[in-house]
Ligand binder design. Structure first.
Ligand code: HEM
Ligand code: NAG
Ligand code: NAG
Ligand code: NAG
Ligand code: NAG
Length: 511
């Protein structure tokens, strides 16, 4: 009896010891080491780190009612905590998500020095995010590292070459035209106000599902609905990333996400297997078809994808590709609604380039002004507001040493709104700054990063450019747009940078 009691006490003590090491002693040691290495930052309290301060919202913008004079100076509203910490700790400092240190970077030169030290293959992605977002990305291209990343990238990248994308254009036109019909009939009933954000995200999801794995069969449609449900589940949850046992704070949601994730995997598995076994497997020119084809071709030189990996890539396309593209289009419609001159200029350009002809993909390259507008929108409202990395080795930057294992959080919103990089007119909408300069007059080539940087830059860029131009061309040829008085300007981060109350626009058919 006494012996068992003693054993019990001993085990409890041991647990407490382990906990205090992992929650308290180790983080503090790491904190001290980073300080010794020259990195400052806000003082964390363990085991939550700086999460509490980061939960506070900056209310001031919530009441910023729409006028034609929206402020684009959004950093202090999107990331109030980073904006505050920048004032006392500069553009590079350390903060803590739970017991995980994150190196905050909003300085282009620091980033350049680091990225010349570390090539794409040697970068990691933060393990804490990899775990948190496993149901979304699995071991798809966004998350893999090292030689696995090289292999994935070599198989995936060719699927996005211009020849292959051509086939997908029709699917985009089709989905957009269906949406236009829906809007037209709603307007005929006298209701001109449309929540453009919700509408565009819906068709972008449809488009990415069609271009990724086709949706004509029943299974694929079910996958699409479940992917959307998974997204909702994950987004509507406060996520305690980096906090020990954080996933137990949302047991129900996490179980739900896990269950959905499993169901999606099963459905996608069966789709992939069916395609593999079908004699006409190479005839379907969606991304899945292209992956299978590419997989056969590289099979002679490098290790091919397993079914599991193909499933993860399909999910990665969905989660990496639809909301980002939709938000690029959504923010563009807001800016065109508030800048009628640009709206008219784009409509003129469409008339010149497309005229009364059927929209053809070869025409898209002629939409030069639209490209300027896109670049400027991606600068002011980058749908992916940050880029993440994890050091897999010690990295020396001048006299600072970033230790192996350090997570990095690169603040794209901050750099895109930094007057030191862009000049005094940084917060004005001026697409013309991109004429003759792919960097938009930014005085540092690492200051404009809507698609990330280096070898790990977004693989889906070309698909986005095409979708952006097709959807906008069709919309601007049919409708004119004004901001609804009910719009509230409040760009917020929900993984991506979204208008948190949607984007109600007043939509008028053109005659
Ligand atoms: C406006 C639209 C988009 C934006 C703003 C965007 C942004 C980004 C960013 C910031 C990264 C991280 C880059 C880095 O870590 O340096 C990324 C990576 C990636 N994106 Fe996109 N993306 C968009 C559209 C798409 C689309 C349409 C797809 C696919 C259908 C896609 C698939 C991916 C993949 C697979 C990666 C990982 C690439 C790698 O690590 O090698 N993205 N994207
Ligand atoms: C809009 O902004 C401009 C420039 O900041 C300013 O001069 C003008 O007074 C503003 N108009 C309104 C209605 O707020
Ligand atoms: C909140 O936003 C306002 C401007 O919109 C800004 O002046 C203020 O500094 C922000 N607060 C914090 C804590 O960053
Ligand atoms: C995008 O298309 C261009 C040609 O238009 C091509 O050179 C480039 O390799 C493509 N990029 C990707 C990531 O597929
Ligand atoms: C970095 O740390 C990881 C895990 O602690 C270790 O496996 C790896 O070998 C380290 N890398 C280098 C280059 O020391």
């Amino acid at each position: 009896m006494g012996f068992i009691g003693l054993c019990g006490i001993f085990i409890v003590m041991l647990c407490l010891l382990i906990l205090s090491f992992s929650w308290w002693i180790f983080p503090i040691q790491k904190h001290k080491k980073l300080k010794r290495n020259g990195f400052g930052g806000p003082t964390p309290s363990f085991p939550l780190g700086n999460i509490k301060e980061m939960g506070k919202k900056n209310i001031s913008i919530q009441s910023l009612v729409a006028s034609t004079n929206l402020t684009h100076d959004i950093h202090s509203n999107v990331f109030p905590y980073f904006s505050t910490w920048q004032k006392s700790h500069g553009k590079v400092f350390v903060y803590w998500l739970g017991t995980e240190p994150f190196l905050y970077i909003a300085e282009a030169e620091f980033l350049k020095k680091m990225s010349t030290e570390v090539m794409a293959k040697r970068w990691g992605k933060p393990s804490v995010f990899r775990n948190d977002r496993d149901p979304m990305f699995g071991s798809g291209l966004v998350m893999v590292e090292g030689n696995d990343w090289v292999r994935h990238r070599r198989i995936v990248a060719p699927a996005f070459n211009p020849l292959n994308l051509k086939v997908m254009a029709n699917m985009m036109v089709e989905s957009t035209n269906e949406m236009i019909d829906r809007w037209s009939s709603q307007i005929n009933f006298g209701n001109h106000e449309i929540d453009v954000e919700r509408e565009i995200i819906t068709i972008a999801g449809e488009i990415i599902a069609k271009t990724s794995f086709g949706v004509e069969d029943e299974n694929a449609r079910e996958v699409f609905h479940k992917l959307r449900a998974l997204q909702m589940t994950l987004f509507n949850t406060n996520r305690y990333v980096g906090v020990p046992f954080g996933k137990y704070f949302n047991v129900k949601k996490n179980l739900e996400a896990k269950k959905l994730g499993k169901e999606i995997d099963k459905l996608l598995m069966s789709i992939v297997e069916a395609r593999k076994n079908s004699p006409k497997k190479n005839s379907q020119k969606d991304l899945l078809g292209l992956l299978l084809q590419e997989n056969n071709e590289v099979g002679k030189s490098i290790k091919t994808f397993t079914t599991r990996e193909i499933v993860d890539e399909c999910k990665t396309f969905f989660f990496g590709g639809h909301e980002t593209t939709a938000l690029a289009i959504t923010w563009t419609l807001l800016l065109l609604a508030t800048h009628e001159d640009w709206q008219n200029q784009l409509r003129e350009e469409i008339k010149e380039v497309v005229g009364n002809n059927e929209l053809d993909i070869t025409m898209l390259a002629g939409l030069k002004k639209m490209k300027l507008v896109m670049n400027e929108v991606l600068r002011l409202y980058p749908p992916a507001p940050n880029v993440q990395r994890q050091a897999r080795e010690d990295i020396q930057v001048d006299n600072l040493k970033v230790p192996n294992g350090t997570n990095m959080w690169i603040d794209v919103v901050a750099m895109h709104h930094d007057p030191e990089l862009w000049g005094k007119d940084v917060n004005e909408f001026k697409p013309e700054r991109f004429i003759d300069d792919v960097n938009g007059g930014c005085n540092h080539k690492m200051g404009y990063l809507p698609f990330g940087f280096g070898g790990r830059m977004c693989v889906g860029r070309n698909l986005t450019f095409m979708e952006y131009k097709i959807v906008l061309t069709l919309l601007l040829s049919k409708f004119s747009f004004k901001v609804s008085p009910s719009y509230i300007h409040s760009p917020s981060i929900m993984l991506s940078l979204r208008p948190i109350h949607g984007l109600p626009l007043l939509v008028q058919p053109l005659n």
